[in-house]
Design a protein around this ligand. Structure first.
Ligand SMILES: *Cc1c(COP(=O)(O)O)cnc(C)c1O
Length: 365
C-alpha cells in the first residue's frame, strides 16, 4: 500500500518517534506506568494554565465523543438543565448525547459560518432560570470556525453557571487559559493537536465541581468522578488502559515541548492554514468562512461551481500522490475540507497545492 499524509483533523499524521514507542507492551500495574499517567495529567494541566488543587485531569478510554459523553452524563444532575450553543455537527452531537441520556437541554443553534453570540447566551440564561450548565465547541471541525469561548465564558460565569467546553480539535494547538476563560470542564483527545494516536480522551476539570458530581453518573464506564477517584490515587486506570496509546501520548507531549510548546505549534498550524487558503484561492477554491472567524485547524472550501470533476476524482488523484483530503460536512453548501494539523509543514501545503494545480491542468486538457 502506498503511504500518505493525513490532511484530516484526527487521526492525523504523527511522527515516527511517536509511533515507535508503541512497539513496547507495557504492563499497567507497576509504578513506572502509573507515573507516566501522572506525568501526563500534570502536563495537561500546565498546558491549560491551571494546576491542582483547583483543577484536576482525568484520562478516559475511547475517542473524543466518549469524553464529551462522560462529562455531560456525569456532571449534569437529574434536576439540572443544559444550554448548548451549537454551530456545527459536534455541538449538535451534544444534544444527541442528552437525548440518549435523558438530560434536559435547550439548543441555541447558530449558522455553521457564524459564531454563537455571548449576548444571546446571556439572554437564554436570563429567560430560563432552570439552566444550570452551558456547553459549546471551541474549534468546530464541521466548518473550521474558531468560536469565542472567552466571551461566552464571561456571561456564563456572570450568571454563576457551570461551563463545559469541547476543545477537542484545538487544545495544544491554540492556547486556552482554562480558568481564565471560566471553563469548568474541558474535553480534548489524544489524536488531535497533541499529535498522539487515537484511543483516549482527557478532561480538565474544576475539582470542586467534579467532586460534587460523585454518584450521579448515568453510565458505569463513563463515570467521570469514579474514573478520577481511581486515577487520582496513584495513576491507575479504572479499566484496561490503552497502554500503547498512552506511551505514544507521553512521547507526543515531549515533542510538543521540544517544538516550543503551544505558541510554536499554533504558529506552525496558523502558517499552514494561511498558506493553504491563499494557494487554494489562487487555484479557484473559495474558503467557506470569513477569515475573521477561520480557525488554524481545518479549512472548508466551496466546491467550484460548474467543475468538470468530482470530489472523488480529485481525492484519488491527490491520494495517489501522498495526501488525503477530507469530505465536507457543512449542511448548506457543497464543500470539501483540508486539515493542516499533525506532522504537516508549509512544505507539505506547497506540495499539495502543486499536485492540485497539476490535477486541474489534467482535467482541463
Ligand atoms: C474530533 C472531534 C470530536 C470527537 O470525535 P471522535 O470521533 O469521537 O474522536 C468532538 N468534537 C470536535 C470538535 C472534534 O473535532
Amino acid at each position: 500500500m502506498n503511504s500518505y499524509k493525513l490532511l484530516t483533523p484526527g487521526p492525523l499524521t504523527t511522527t515516527d518517534t511517536v509511533k515507535q514507542v508503541m512497539l513496547f507492551d507495557h504492563c499497567t500495574w507497576d509504578d513506572d506506568y502509573k507515573q507516566i499517567t501522572q506525568t501526563i495529567r500534570r502536563t495537561l494541566l500546565a498546558l491549560g494554565h491551571v494546576s491542582e488543587p483547583e483543577y484536576t485531569a482525568v484520562l478516559m478510554q475511547g475517542s473524543g465523543t466518549f469524553g464529551v459523553e462522560s462529562v455531560l452524563t456525569s456532571v449534569i444532575g437529574r434536576e439540572d438543565k443544559l444550554l448548548i450553543a451549537a454551530n456545527g455537527a459536534y455541538g449538535l452531537r451534544m444534544a444527541e448525547i442528552c437525548r440518549h441520556a435523558g438530560i434536559a437541554y435547550t439548543l441555541y443553534e447558530q449558522d455553521n459560518h457564524k459564531r454563537p453570540q455571548a449576548d444571546v447566551v446571556a439572554k437564554y440564561l436570563a429567560e430560563d432560570l432552570a439552566i444550570t450548565h452551558v456547553s459549546m465547541v471551541h474549534g468546530e471541525t464541521t466548518s473550521g470556525i474558531l468560536n469565542d469561548v472567552e466571551a461566552v465564558g464571561r456571561v456564563v460565569k456572570a450568571a454563576g453557571k457551570t461551563f463545559l467546553v469541547d476543545a477537542m480539535s484545538t487544545f495544544g494547538g491554540v492556547d486556552i487559559p482554562v480558568a481564565g476563560w471560566g471553563i469548568d470542564f474541558l474535553v480534548s483527545s489524544a489524536n488531535k493537536c497533541i499529535q498522539g494516536v487515537p484511543g483516549f480522551s482527557f478532561i480538565l476539570a474544576n475539582r470542586e465541581k467534579l467532586e460534587a458530581s460523585a454518584g450521579q453518573a448515568r453510565s458505569l464506564a463513563l463515570d467521570l468522578y469514579d474514573q478520577w477517584k481511581t486515577m487520582n490515587e496513584d495513576g491507575k486506570w479504572r479499566f484496561t488502559s490503552p497502554t500503547h496509546v498512552v506511551l505514544a501520548f507521553a512521547q507526543a507531549l515531549e515533542e510538543l515541548k521540544e517544538e516550543g510548546g503551544v505558541p510554536a505549534r499554533h504558529a506552525r498550524y496558523d502558517q499552514n492554514q494561511r498558506l493553504l487558503a491563499e494557494n487554494f484561492r489562487a487555484l479557484g477554491f473559495v474558503p467557506y468562512l470569513d477569515p475573521a472567524v477561520q480557525g488554524p485547524i481545518i479549512t472548508t472550501f466551496r466546491y467550484p461551481a460548474g467543475a468538470r470533476f468530482t470530489f472523488q476524482q480529485m481525492y484519488e488523484y491527490i491520494k495517489a500522490r501522498g495526501y488525503v483530503l477530507y469530505p465536507g460536512k457543512v449542511m448548506e453548501a457543497e464543500t470539501f475540507r483540508v486539515g493542516n494539523i499533525g506532522e504537516i509543514y508549509p512544505e507539505d501545503i506547497a506540495k499539495l497545492s502543486a499536485i492540485l494545480a497539476d490535477f486541474l491542468k489534467e482535467v482541463a486538457a
